[in-house]
Design a protein around this ligand. Structure first.
Ligand code: 13P
Length: 340
């Protein structure tokens, strides 16, 4: 493990004004996204879509890294340049999702555990050789009347920590993603309780596995009201509650917190990030690692047609720039209008 490499890569990923694009949708997920624009999920359509994103002019001003999927890290631009190299040429770090998805947790109806540890050491070497500098692993925690169980939280935390240790052994910065889902009719306070319990368990496990805290990034959910809770918390409440929760459990040695968007609209995800950065004084960088919140309007504008590349790229650049502004607490909703 080369501590210096890990620390400098982690810092680059949360450089001022920059954040991460999560473009690591699995086959099932990208099919769902393409279904929404009635586009068939073929290898070529997936390649063309990702090429449009990765070659967006000036994206590197706001994007420090891109998380790729196994298929994507092996693909090339239409000019024959491997995608990791396309990103490197722009000064964007290539990353890779290394979990293989979730399965039902035996004995715990409604709960899931993430798989992918088998053979991971060898896969990490292969990804390094393809140019990856960092990785991601997502665990999911559902809130329900008797959920989550302590077993589900601890099992996923332990696996996240084993994953992180293997990545650091290979000089790859692990992004540790324990996602507390927003599905449900629970209130903000319940989301805070579950998020706090989950993060406590994750950091206990990381410490037990001797993971270097300075050489990882945490990718949590924001603390928000359940999707079906009637009285949604305000932007300020979400920001204050999220930062309070993180302050209680995330060690200051961690260089950055890169939030997932998890089903928030692009505008909500940006406004929440902005409000947290406006508060100031956090011991870690507060940044983004958004999938849907960066891609949804871009995918709709692109619509599977090469002729729409330029407009889609302009929208992607604009959405990234707004989140870059939010990184600095300089976003205002009227900046949204410029997009149209
Ligand atoms: P969303 O921002 O769409 O939640 O995706 C982020 C991600 O990488 C989920 O694993």
């Amino acid at each position: 493990m080369d501590e210096k490499t890990l620390i400098s890569t982690a810092k680059m990923l949360v450089a001022p004004g920059k954040g991460i694009l999560a473009a690591d949708e699995s086959f099932n997920t990208i099919k769902r996204r393409f279904d929404a624009i009635r586009l068939e999920s073929t290898e070529e359509n997936r390649r063309a879509y990702r090429e449009m994103l990765f070659t967006t002019p000036q994206a590197e001003k706001a994007i420090s890294g891109v998380i790729l999927y196994d298929e994507t890290i092996h693909q090339k631009s239409k000019d024959g340049v491997p995608f990791p190299e396309v990103l490197n040429q722009k000064g964007i770090l290539p990353g890779i999702k290394v979990d293989t998805g979730t399965v039902a947790l035996a004995g715990f109806p409604g709960e899931k555990v993430t798989e992918g540890l088998d053979g991971l050491r060898d896969r990490l070497q292969a990804y390094r050789e393809l140019g990856a500098r960092f990785t991601k692993w997502r665990a999911v925690i559902a809130i329900g009347s008797n959920l989550p169980s302590q077993t589900c939280i601890e099992t996923n935390a332990h696996i996240l920590a084993l994953y992180a240790a293997l990545c650091q052994e290979a000089d790859l910065v692990p992004i540790v993603e324990p996602e507390v889902l927003m599905d449900g009719d629970h209130d903000l306070q319940r989301c805070e309780e579950v998020t706090e319990t989950t993060l406590r368990s994750v950091f206990a496990a990381l410490t037990a596995q001797r993971v270097l805290l300075e050489g990882l990034l945490l990718k949590p959910n924001m603390v928000i009201s359940g999707k079906d809770f009637p009285q949604q918390a305000s932007v300020e409440e979400v920001a204050a509650t999220t930062v309070r929760c993180l302050r209680r459990v995330v060690p200051a040695a961690v260089p950055g917190v890169v939030f997932l968007s998890g089903g928030q609209t692009p505008e909500q995800a940006t406004a929440h990030l902005n409000a947290m950065n406006r508060m100031g004084g956090a011991p870690w960088e507060l940044s983004f690692s958004y999938g849907r919140a960066l891609q949804d309007p871009v995918l709709r504008a692109w619509d599977g047609k090469a002729a729409n590349t330029e407009i889609a790229q302009r929208i992607f650049y604009h959405r990234s720039a707004l989140n870059s502004a939010a990184r600095q607490g300089k976003y205002t909703p009227w900046l949204e209008a410029e997009a149209s």
